[in-house]
Write a protein that binds this ligand. Structure first.
Ligand SMILES: *Cc1c(COP(=O)(O)O)cnc(C)c1O
Length: 477
């Protein structure tokens, strides 16, 4: 790499740097490093390769094959054009170091990143955005470091981060990793944060309040502006966990509500494929007063209109990921935003909320509803009067439906968290509702039967603890 780099530096001193490399890229490699003959790699026929990969893909459960109402995860359809664009050579063959040494050779990619920063700032109502964090949790950590820098600069003595008890586990974890102690606020019977307790716990030592909005039980807090201003009175920053942004896209902007720092989960809200822990992107946006603290390098547009990296931000929290963040995820999300446009994003939010309410209304006579009334883009039920949420989840697999999220949020007993997403049609929702109603009946009549689910799987009910403690890595069938 170093050699290629030096050679290209030499080449750059010549005149034409944009044309093809004389003698091809191979000419940049020293002769003694070149192969004399092609490597003897094992080969299989195209048919064997196709069968292998088709077989693997058939073992997969995905949004492309079945309904996937996994709450909080926003498993929306991933338009195929995103994949196509991301695999185009101009993007997929770029070397990540190019942006550092030869920004003019990857001007398009840098412009895309720059425009994405601008689009996300517009969507969230923030002043500026960094695309570096690699997941929502990583955006939270970046956000917590920004909170730290802000208070340090103001010589504020801050020790605590406030989170509601319905929050995602990554919120208190990020706060703790940044060295803060966590104060938890209970959720009231209306599904909203207990504002009296918040007022009591919010002191001069509170560094920030982290809220998911709408929250994880599917409620949008109408007092959100008031909450932001009481936090600001104590010079505590308001952090917006954007995992549920799909509910309010194009309708409300966290910046306009009074939030100071926002992370988005591009893989959730902007339709990029995710699951099993990756891949993701968790850009973090901030208000003007915090913009100097964003991760470095930033993508900037220089005065001559050229896009390049900037390392000049002296107050930055520094680099929190290599290069520019998860480029292919950012790229797909960028195309998704352009594909839908402002009106399309708003329409997605409206349909997501409509779908969730349709499911909620249709199931409320069958499952306990801990927080009655309208929900946002997901709904939460309790299966405690039926038995175990786990048995419902396993039983749905037999009907070809991915289980909803279970046992989260933690404050709901035997929680079932259902997020249908805007791309599901009414037949799919009706089928799901029918299956859920049948399961509810079956649990009353014959609860033992559900304990065996899923019966359609070759291995039956997995022993998950055994699988983790004593994995059979040679299993194949
Ligand atoms: C998914 C999620 C996160 C964490 O995001 P990752 O991208 O999985 O790291 C944080 N908060 C909420 C509410 C979430 O649903």
């Amino acid at each position: 790499m170093e050699l290629i780099f030096q050679k290209s530096v030499k080449r750059r001193k010549g005149v034409d740097v944009t044309g093809p490399i004389e003698g091809g890229v191979d000419s940049l490699i020293e002769n003694n490093l070149m192969r004399e003959s092609a490597a003897d790699l094992p080969e299989v026929s195209e048919l064997d390769a196709v069968r292998h990969y088709v077989e693997l893909s058939r073992r997969n459960f995905s949004v492309d094959t079945n309904f996937y109402p996994l709450g909080s995860c926003t498993m929306k359809y991933n338009p195929k054009i995103l994949e196509k664009a991301a695999s185009s050579e101009g993007f997929s063959n770029l070397h990540p170091l190019l942006g550092f040494y030869y920004p003019e050779f990857c001007a398009g990619a840098l412009e895309l990143l720059y425009r994405m920063q601008e689009l996300l700032s517009e969507i969230t109502g923030m002043h500026s955005t960094s695309l570096q964090p690699l997941a929502g949790a990583h955006g939270e950590l970046a956000g917590m470091f920004i909170v730290k820098k802000y208070h340090k600069a103001k010589k504020n003595n801050k020790k605590f981060i406030i989170v509601p008890d319905e929050s995602h586990g990554t919120n208190p974890a990020s706060a703790a990793m940044a060295g803060y102690s966590v104060v938890t606020i209970p959720t009231g019977p209306d599904g909203l944060l207990d504002i009296d307790i918040l007022k009591e716990k919010l002191t001069g030592e509170t560094a920030a309040v982290v809220l998911t909005c709408p929250n994880t039980v599917g409620k949008f807090d109408p007092r959100i502006k008031e909450i932001c201003s009481i936090a600001h009175e104590k010079d505590a920053l308001m952090y917006y966990d954007g995992a549920n942004m799909n509910a309010i896209l194009g309708k409300v902007r966290p910046g306009d509500l009074g939030f100071d720092i926002v992370h988005l989960n591009l893989h959730k809200t902007f339709a990029t494929p995710h699951g099993g822990g990756g891949p993701g992107a968790g850009p973090v946006g901030v208000t003007q007063q915090l913009s100097d603290y964003l991760p470095s390098p930033r993508i900037i547009k220089a005065e001559n209109g050229v896009f390049r990296l900037s390392f000049d931000e002296k107050k930055s929290i520094g680099s929190i990921a290599p290069f520019y963040g998860n480029f292919s995820v950012i790229l797909k999300a960028f195309i998704y935003i352009l594909l839908l446009g402002g009106e399309g994003l708003k329409d997605a939010a409206e349909k997501a909320v409509l779908n969730a309410n349709y499911v909620k209304k249709s199931l409320e006579d069958f499952f306990d509803d801990p927080y009655p009334g309208r929900c946002m883009h997901e709904c939460v039920f309790s299966a405690s009067s039926q038995g175990m949420a786990m048995n419902i989840a396993k039983s749905l697999i037999d009907s070809g439906i991915h289980p909803p999220t279970v046992y989260f949020p933690l404050i709901v007993k035997e929680a079932l968290m259902i997020e249908p997403t805007e791309t599901e049609n009414i037949q799919t929702l009706d089928d799901f509702i029918k299956v859920m109603r049948e399961i509810s009946e079956l649990m009353k009549k014959n609860p033992e039967e559900l304990k065996k689910a899923p019966v359609s799987m070759p291995v039956g009910r997995l022993d998950e603890v055994g699988a983790a403690r004593d994995p059979d890595v040679n299993y194949s069938s």
